[in-house]
Design a protein around this ligand. Sequence first.
Ligand SMILES: CC(C)(COP(=O)(O)OP(=O)(O)OC[C@H]1O[C@@H](n2cnc3c(N)ncnc32)[C@H](O)[C@@H]1OP(=O)(O)O)[C@@H](O)C(=O)NCCC(=O)NCCS
Length: 181
Amino acid sequence: MEIIVDHTLSLRAVTVEDTERVFAITDASRSTLREWLPWLDMTTEVQHTRAYIESNIAGYKERKCLSAVILFHGKIVGIAGFNNINHANETVYIGYWLSKGAQGHGIMTKVVHALCQYAFEELQFNKVEIRAAVGNTKSRAIPERLGFVKEGTIRSAEWLYDHFVDHVVYGMLANEWTKTS
Ligand SMILES: CC(C)(COP(=O)(O)OP(=O)(O)OC[C@H]1O[C@@H](n2cnc3c(N)ncnc32)[C@H](O)[C@@H]1OP(=O)(O)O)[C@@H](O)C(=O)NCCC(=O)NCCS
């Protein structure tokens, strides 16, 4: 899978050759990412990133998930994709993170727009869902910018190291996407 977003930005399915770079940006952005992602303390060595990538490649082969590297001017700056692909319900669940230095430029909003287009046009699915912690304003701003509908809140949806956070659920349906994009 490869998606050219524009002349500076593209996405492609992650490969084991990406391991070193993905681990390097994870390590360099550790404190920023750890605020909202639960796996930083389990990702302390390059082999942990390799195991994550290998399990994603296996999941992709079974059409269960899709993890893509984000390339900005040819360099990997983050990961985005479908954490889960639910074929029976024609729904994908998008997840994402960006290295510290790549944040604040609108990269992820463009990437998520491209992933929605892929889900609706390529996969012909009916729904894209994004879940973010209530306090994660930067993440929530992405579905909000793209016109997703805020569908509700799930209480104590995720354990983050030493506390639970509630999640806000955002949804976009295929028929809404055609009208907004
Ligand atoms: C969530 C996350 C990817 C958001 O990153 P981001 O850089 O804020 O998102 P975008 O790339 O879409 O950029 C938006 C920012 O760029 C600015 N921007 C500049 N040009 C822009 C453009 N053309 N379009 C949209 N935004 C633009 C926006 O104003 C915004 O900045 P602001 O928050 O200061 O207003 C990032 O904070 C992250 O990796 N967080 C940790 C992991 C995480 O929380 N993942 C999600 C779990 S649900």
